[in-house]
Design a protein around this ligand. Structure first.
Ligand code: SF4
Length: 286
């Protein structure tokens, strides 16, 4: 499992090298003599070449806002990708869950490699990025609640409590010590789950997605009916969009498949109806 840009990049690389060869094989990517894979320093040069090429293209097409600005911290070497890697791991579906499922091998190989080479290894960066992602999620929820947004679901009240807790962290630079406190704070265990169109306000004893006692949910195996589910008005807007989409498809697909689309659309509309009946707002909890 990987996100689409990664899959696309790997497919392009697979076309560039002979079958079974390394994706970054020296022979395929460098005209100079050499064996094995491209070196770290060559990779750094390639990143700089890419920046120059992208900027030439942007300028040639008059897209000046797309120009990649000079980096105040110098060239973008591969070590700089640690932060990007941590950002993606923390914010892509499931955050640390994605780490366990999709990037598990990275944690045990690449990330330990990074960690051992630097005092502020990727494990620390992961804690900081996870804490920032958590705070962003609950801070957005806080702002939306202040604007009158409603929440429904068994975990609705806990979501509102988490949003109130987040206020103390917004607008501040999160230190590593704070990050660890945030990650360990059960009141802040809130995960947006855009694929399931819900928010998971995690309490491990209520979780239906796994049998083991775990500190993080298995968002990719989210179970409807779980006591940790909360849905906002925004989730419901997307749910209704999805219901419309399914009904449109059903109109073009005859037989059992069309019936299935219609049933799923009806189920989503029932969810939306239940939300509007039971939603609570900040005022209801005052
Ligand atoms: S099943 Fe429950 S605990 Fe698991 S991801 Fe879904 S809402 Fe969260």
């Amino acid at each position: 499992m990987a996100i689409a840009p990664v899959v696309n990049a790997i497919r392009v690389l697979e076309r560039m090298v002979p079958a079974g060869d390394l994706l970054f094989a020296h022979d395929a990517h460098d005209t100079r003599s050499g064996t094995g894979a491209l070196t770290v320093s060559t990779m750094g040069d390639r990143v700089e070449d890419f920046v120059a090429w992208a900027n030439e293209e942007a300028t040639a097409h008059g897209l000046t806002e797309e120009v990649i600005p000079p980096d105040p911290h110098g060239n973008i070497g591969t070590a700089r990708f640690r932060r990007s890697l941590a950002w993606h791991i923390a914010r892509r579906l499931g955050g640390l869950v994605a780490l366990a499922i999709q990037y598990g091998h990275l944690r045990t190989s690449v990330s330990i490699g990074y960690a051992s080479r630097s005092r502020d290894g990727i494990h620390d960066l992961l804690d900081v990025e996870t804490a920032r992602a958590t705070i962003d999620t609950v801070a957005d929820l806080h702002d939306d609640l202040e604007d009158g947004l409603g929440v429904s679901g068994p975990a609705a009240r806990r979501a509102i409590t988490a949003a109130a807790t987040a206020v103390q962290y917004t607008g501040t630079v999160i230190s590593l010590r704070q990050a660890r406190q945030i990650v360990a704070n059960p009141q802040l265990a809130v995960y947006d789950n855009p694929n399931a169109l819900l928010m998971c306000v995690y309490k491990r004893e209520k979780a239906l997605c796994h049998r083991d006692i775990k500190d993080t949910p298995s968002l990719d195996r989210c179970v409807s009916g779980c006591g940790n589910i909360a849905r906002t008005d925004q989730h419901i807007t997307k749910i209704l969009d999805r219901a419309d989409f399914l009904d449109n498809r059903a109109a073009r697909v005859p037989g059992p498949l069309g019936d299935r689309f219609r049933r799923n659309a009806a189920r989503l509309r029932d969810l939306a109806e239940a939300h509007h009946r039971t939603r609570i707002t900040l005022q209801d909890t005052a």
